[in-house]
Ligand binder design. Sequence first.
Ligand code: CMC
Length: 429
Amino acid sequence: MSEVAKLELNGTVYELPVFTGSENEKAIDIKKLRAETGYITLDPGFKNTGSTSSAITFLDGEKGILRYRGYPIEQLAEKASFMEVAYLLIYGELPQAHELENFHNSITKHTLVHEDMKQFFEAYPAQAHPMGILASMVCSLSTFYPESQDPNRGYEAIDLTIHRLLAKLPTLAAMSYKNAMRHPAMYPKNELGYCENFLHMMFGMPTEEYTPDPVVVDALNKLLILHADHEQNCSASTVRIVGSSQANLYASIAAGVSALWGPLHGGANQAVIEMLTKIQEDGGDLQKWVDKAKDKNDAFRLMGFGHRVYKNFDPRAKIIKKAADDVLDKLGIDDPILDIAKQLEKVALEDEYFVQRGLYPNVDFYSGIIYRALGIPTEMFTVMFALGRLPGWIAQWKEMVENGEPIGRPRQVYTGANERDYVPMSDRK
Ligand code: CMC
């Protein structure tokens, strides 16, 4: 017998079907609730609300499990390439060798951006935040491919947009960095792998040959994989909801970039390094900062701590912490910020406040330390997150379109003024 939930309202009992996911996750299906009862549910921040069912990413926050299409994140981070993971997320299965080759070849064909876009960069002030530039540039791509704005385009046209986005995001990201440095932009090199090509565009100069360190390439590959998807987070939900209005994929991804920018989401990686630097400059009194984070009259939070879903530990943070040690060791870098981060983690995890609330280091706590070691400037950290998250956003958008999901349009409970008559200006008190 299928499971049902019973809701009693004003003496009437309503039966609500229970939906069960493939990992035995349970949800009460309220699709007909308003039609049958006149009531809606209220859940600010969607803490208990499933906006969709999805076959892309599974995570269990209590057990610290994260899997893309069933594959554990630990195995993917250890063994896969970012391109393989992108394919897996977007198309549902790990690619065969020829499928991966075709995918990669197609992407490399689209790495250039239109020459006219260079002028956009020139118009930004040198101190412009690269996330602001990235969001605008991704949306601007739609203006170069007007056919992508047709909501009834076929699968082939959608695939072309997907490949263009994967190809051009690294180019645009590197161009925003070069613009900030007032250095000449580097054209992509199509014989390079995805990560190598990005590093070449970031750190190469027209005056001399640049060969990235394999340690740096491997670390970047791992970081991109770890960030590639995280089910219905703020930016993925944004992409799905914008896309549900049939806005084109470029516009939907640009909205995702903007959502990611906030310090409570992807912007935390920049905020963590800024916080650790401040703690160091302030003399390194960790207890003082932990106490500040606990003080409810102080808006300060320990950046890189806590997660909406992980209340035990974030499996990505575990992998990144180890990778940070490895990368710094291999590159022969001694970063005092890493020591402060480790000590802060220890102090916080022994503190009752953090233990009670299940506040553990999240993916962003150690990622900035690796980015620093790779030579990526702090303001570019969230752009790096966006590069990694792109296949996830695309997969989420594609699933939403293929499932024919309705336009996202939450309801509200109105708490404002009741009906009243317009007051002429002269009579207003
Ligand atoms: N420092 C101090 N207190 C915290 C922190 C923190 N970093 N995070 C949560 N709390 C407290 C919060 O004040 C609340 O306390 P109380 O129960 O006494 O009111 C309790 O823990 C629950 O917090 P919440 O804000 O209700 O939890 P949430 O699920 O709405 O927020 C979060 C999750 C990630 C926004 C939050 O933990 C936070 O602001 N963390 C710092 C920013 C950060 O590192 N963000 C990156 C998230 S991981 C990357 C990604 O995927 O986006």
